[in-house]
Design a protein around this ligand. Structure first.
Ligand SMILES: Cc1cc2nc3c(=O)[nH]c(=O)nc-3n(C[C@H](O)[C@H](O)[C@H](O)COP(=O)(O)O)c2cc1C
Length: 212
């Protein structure tokens, strides 16, 4: 997308910063960016080095080339001079989501360690008290991870475990992914119908007797 189109889109719906770290579930980040693009949002994407490795293992893709043609600007974690490094830039955005968020990146943010663009940007969101959502993906969680999650929560961040529900009658993996992405959009206050919200779930329960 050229600069003019990008600016027009940004002016219309706003910008969301999406971080993808090297946790399992890179597909959650990819789908979030795709949907935001479809809804007319501009996205600034920060990729950790490990995210690219996990994308190859899990999705068989070269993560950077995935963004060709999307309304996104992509930064590497070592581009510490990039705009999301500055709090004056992030105050103009709708929020930041790290999806999936590794326990390493969680630990850095919880302890104020701005070692790369991903953790630096997230800490900026906490400093200026803007929406920061960490979609953590690890199980089980030990005491150290729980304490780190509590620290981020107390500092104003939102901890959203990547744990899809089953009350919305999922039929396949896509439905489970959309549940998580829909929840992220809910937290960003972006209307969506990616999953059936609880008040609209009425019929078609999972046929538990047919699951072995
Ligand atoms: C295939 C694969 C899957 C991984 N899954 C997870 C995971 O689910 N959660 C996690 O915290 N780390 C996971 N890791 C380990 C992280 O990639 C590693 O801790 C890395 O240092 C995280 O760095 P980053 O947060 O800068 O991306 C995984 C690594 C690989 C290779």
């Amino acid at each position: 997308m050229d600069e003019k189109a990008r600016t027009e889109s940004r002016d219309k719906k706003g910008t969301v910063i999406i971080g993808i770290s090297g946790a399992s579930g890179v597909i959650y980040g990819i789908r979030t960016i795709k949907i935001l693009n479809e809804l007319g949002y501009h996205t600034e994407v920060i990729l950790s080095k490990e995210a690219k490795k996990v994308a190859k293992v899990e999705c068989g893709i070269d993560l950077e080339s995935f963004f060709n043609g999307l309304n996104s600007v992509v930064y590497e974690e070592d581009q510490i001079e990039a705009p999301p490094s500055s709090s004056s830039h992030i105050v103009e955005t709708e929020g930041m989501v790290i999806v999936p968020c590794s326990i390493k990146t969680l630990a850095e943010i919880a302890n104020g360690i701005a070692s790369n663009l991903l953790s630096r940007s997230a800490l900026n969101f906490l400093r200026v008290r803007k929406t920061l959502i960490l979609v953590i993906r690890e199980t089980p969680l030990g005491t150290i991870e729980l304490i780190n999650a509590l620290k981020v929560s107390r500092a104003g961040g939102i901890i959203m475990p990547a744990s899809p529900g089953f009350y919305h009658n999922p039929q396949n993996i896509n439905d489970l992914i959309n549940f998580i992405v829909g929840k992220i959009l809910d937290l960003l206050k972006i209307p969506n119908s990616l999953y059936k919200h609880w008040n609209s779930v009425t019929v078609n329960r999972i046929p538990c007797d047919q699951i072995s």
